[in-house]
Design a protein around this ligand. Structure first.
Ligand code: GLN
Length: 485
């Protein structure tokens, strides 16, 4: 086995006992990138030179006996997170040449513990999409089948982990963009509670829904990443000053007596039969471990898509107003006057999906329609949140499929936005309610495509998610396969 195929916790041991150096691990990651990146295209920008420097520094730090949890571990970063001195494009022409003068808080935290940055990963433009097809920088392919999408919008981050082009990565999740690509690429992805992880330095999409989180090879790695990135930050007023538990302590705890809610609204027609079957097996496995499954209802589920696709575009239309060609980012040439400059800059700087969202959002927020759309959606969002509050009086965690179907073919849904929006049917409720969710591999289709199960818990109960996900992972008897590339 190559070093780049190992998990964070496996590598930590080897780094600690001196049998491996960070430089060796980092080099093995770049060797892999050299051989498969052309096929998969996980990255927008490589950071090889600085990475080797970081790896050397990490090796010194380890020798001095002052290693943190991620010291020397090669991590990939979604290109929506600001990296000081390194281009941050957000998958858009608008930010094609944008070099941030500062690091996002999560990036700084990783730097502080001595992680190694492999590169910036591909994504849907401004994180709007479910397939990584709207990127200005080309399409990322699913490592399990290069004719298929890896999911999105953090498709590059998920594909890079699945293809062993990094050890772990950071993604962002506004409606499912960590959990959906993780499920479609056969890796673990967690969206933390809203406020658990600082959003400072994340290019804003929909500020009341956005969260940053890890994509990893297994659940223990997810806990390790959460330990490093969580916590209050005075630069993000929505981050919550709440103590961060040791998430790793939840790994390998038994789940005897744990109650798992199965919401009937998530087991409806339209779910792929192989996914349905694998979820049924998952439920049996968990019951076998002493968990108690009970039927619950989240009655406002049917309004989630409509609510999300009003709130997210509304916030996006406001957040993206800053890209005016004046302060930073792309500016179209040959303007005749100021208005003409705005028009040319914004119509050629943004792609079709981003423009569609800006138009939907501007419409929903306009004075004549605000009450009917944005205000109504905000009220329904409160009902969706109440559904979760009452469900969590009865159960510890909620179990659902992570996605309705396995990875689809490239191009299949690009002409039909509504079909694309339906990809997030099981993930966006967690963002609307602000609760944490994790997607964990639960098997492969006959055609060899990965499938994922999602667990959701009450606010700030990421520990419970890691506990149940890890118990499942250890007992599910799902072999760990590697994609053939
Ligand atoms: N696919 C959803 C959207 O297009 C979610 C994206 C995300 O979570 N960033 O809005």
């Amino acid at each position: 086995m190559e070093f780049n195929q190992l998990t964070i916790h496996e590598l930590q041991k080897k780094l600690k006992d001196g049998s491996l150096t960070s430089v060796e691990i980092t080099e093995s990651v770049y060797r892999r990138i050299a051989s498969v990146e052309e096929k998969v295209h996980s990255y927008i920008t490589m950071m090889e030179e600085t990475a080797i420097g970081q790896a050397r520094a990490a090796d010194r730090r380890i020798k001095e006996g002052n290693a943190g949890e991620l010291t020397g571990i090669p991590i990939a970063i979604k290109d929506i997170l600001c990296t000081e001195g390194v281009r941050t494009t957000c998958g858009s022409r608008t930010l094609e040449d944008f070099i941030p003068p500062y690091d996002a808080t999560v990036v700084r935290k990783l730097k502080d513990v001595g992680a190694v940055f492999v590169g910036k990963t591909n994504m849907d433009e401004f994180a709007m999409g479910s397939s990584t097809e709207t990127s200005r920088f080309g399409i990322t392919k699913n490592p399990w089948d290069l004719e298929r999408i890896p999911g999105g919008s953090s498709g590059g981050s998920a594909a890079a982990v699945a293809a062993d082009e990094c050890i772990a990565s950071l993604g962002t999740d506004t409606g499912g963009s960590i959990r959906q690509p993780a499920a479609l690429c056969g890796v673990v992805g967690m969206k933390p509670t809203y406020g658990r992880v600082s959003r400072f330095g994340m290019v804003a999409f929909a500020s009341s829904l956005d969260q940053i989180g890890p994509i990893t090879k297994d659940v223990e790695d997810c806990a390790i990443m959460m330990n490093v990135i969580s916590g209050h930050d005075t630069s993000d007023s929505t981050s919550v000053p709440k103590e961060v538990p040791d998430y790793r302590a939840y790994i390998s705890r038994d789940i005897e007596g744990c109650t798992i809610g199965i919401p009937k609204e998530y087991f409806v027609e339209g779910v792929d039969p192989e996914i349905r079957a694998s979820i049924d097996t998952t439920i049996k496995t968990l019951e076998g471990l002493g968990a108690r499954c009970l039927d619950i209802s989240l009655p406002h589920t049917e309004y989630c898509i409509a609510t999300y696709y009003i709130i997210a575009p509304s916030e996006a239309s406001s957040n993206l107003a800053r890209y005016d060609g004046v302060r930073y980012g792309f500016r179209a040439p040959n303007e005749e006057n100021l208005l003409d400059m705005y028009r040319k800059t914004r119509s050629s700087g943004f792609g079709a999906e981003v423009k569609r969202r800006i138009m939907i959002g501007t419409y929903s927020l306009s004075s004549g329609y605000y009450d009917a759309y944005y205000k109504k959606a905000s009220q329904v969002r409160a009902l969706i949140r109440d559904d979760f509050d009452s469900a969590f009086t009865k159960c510890d965690v909620i179990l659902t499929p992570a996605t309705p179907t396995p990875a689809f073919k490239i191009g299949e849904k690009m002409d039909d936005p509504l079909q694309m929006y339906l990809c997030d049917i099981f993930t966006l409720s967690a963002n609307l309610a602000g609760v944490p969710g994790i997607s964990v591999p639960c098997g492969y289709t006959k055609g060899g495509l990965p499938m994922g199960v999602q667990f959701m818990a009450n606010h700030f109960e990421e520990g419970k998610l890691l506990q149940i996900a890890s118990a499942y992972e250890k007992n599910s008897k799902i072999e760990r396969r590697m994609p053939e590339l």
